[in-house]
Design a protein around this ligand. Sequence first.
Ligand code: AMP
Length: 505
Amino acid sequence: MSNPLLDRFAPAFVRQDRLFVETEDGRRLSYGDADRLAARLANALVGLGVAPGDRVAVQVDKSPEAIVLYLACVRAGAVYLPLNTAYTLAELEYFLSDAGPALVVCRPQAEAGVRTLAARTGVPACVTLGTTADGTLMDRAAQGAPVFPPVPRGADDLAAILYTSGTTGRSKGAMLSHDNLASNAATLAREWRFTDADVLLHALPIFHTHGLFVGTNVTLLAGGSMLFLSKFDADAVFRLMPRATTMMGVPTFYVRMVDDPRLTRAATAHMRLFVSGSAPLLADTHRAFREMTGHAILERYGMTETNMNTSNPYEGDRVAGTVGLPLPDVALRVVDPETGAALPQGEIGMIEVRGPNVFKGYWRMPEKTKAEFRDDGFFVTGDLGRIDDRGYVHIVGRGKDLVISGGFNVYPKEVEGEIDAIPGVVESAVIGVPHKDFGEGVTAVVVGAKTGAPTEAEVLAVLAGRLARFKLPKRVIFVPDLPRNTMGKVQKNVLRETFADLYVG
Ligand code: AMP
């Protein structure tokens, strides 16, 4: 037996001198360093009582050691369970109770609270990991041997559980197998032409699928290097781009870069690829970036449960406003959300996917898992979209964001597209809020430019000429910014709460 995920990464570790990760303050870990540290950490995990199949919950700040801890968990046959560092102790209680980990690793400064919580939720052990290779876990690792043969695992054994961001209802643990992660990393590395010459500018968090699996696994598979930033910082990005070849970002990174006078062809001359995902990239941002740099940002689409599903092509048209074509081993279809029947090409419906990338189900939620899969194995993504005549997939929004006004379906993206095209509009979010006559009232929340922003009446006048009556917003509300989570996703649930009483109160 083998360890399918680590087997895929093994070739990278042959060149032990090659740089694996470098931090902002110049700390460098080679592949050899990472290999030995992973072995020491795996020994420490076993010493702490972690057995194959056990979950290891990790809520720590971004560091090279945190990434190596992921590799150590997989090497020990355990299941890596990263948690958003923004979660409070009260929120952590749910995750620890639900996941039942054998060990929780937390930040040194959070130890007292997490230790108490661990005792209360029946987690047997708690250690710490800081950002400068410090913490009680590192102390234990220092005592362990730098050798640890990977624990044999099957392709369907779990390598990780990632909790969904849970903007509606309870957060669910997506169970990801060795093969889910390994197959998707191999596909992406091939599609995006990653090699050991690549240096990834990594400014994403590592508790989420984008920074953890897409960024790190693709790098490990190709034997490339990563430059770690604790968060997006334009000064650091512009300083490091001459040393990097690729960047993966959420759309907000690119919005900020386009607003920066330092973004030029010369500044990006060493880069070969910019990837965007986790939230929709505005077509305007795509176009502006291309004009300023000559680079067409490559947009792709995925989710915690499925890894990556589609990508614009490396060679060929990267079409602004689309998420590209289904990846080679991914089957993607658009169906009627109610009946599940396939829709004719071009129509909007529910996106469903099937492939080796799709997760094994929700942790301890068999009913929920069953409800999200069709009998033929397709996973219901919850995203609405359509496939155009060239096969490119367009995401229209989350199914739950669909507005039903007076019995008619209104797709927010369509209305947002029209509003965003009005001069003086930066961006918009269209939501449905309770309305006494219509069930839901279409409501536009708009960010206007600092100068020249239109008024509510002007926006409505433009839209009246372009959209059917039932799609027209009942109100246009101006705000300074749209609420976003750490991955740059607009939090429509927050907007719906804020404006819940608009038509009924
Ligand atoms: P998460 O599980 O946090 O990665 O969120 C996954 C969701 O993000 C998907 O179901 C989509 O709704 C959204 N998403 C990811 N990538 C894109 C993209 N390129 N364009 C639009 N939405 C996206």
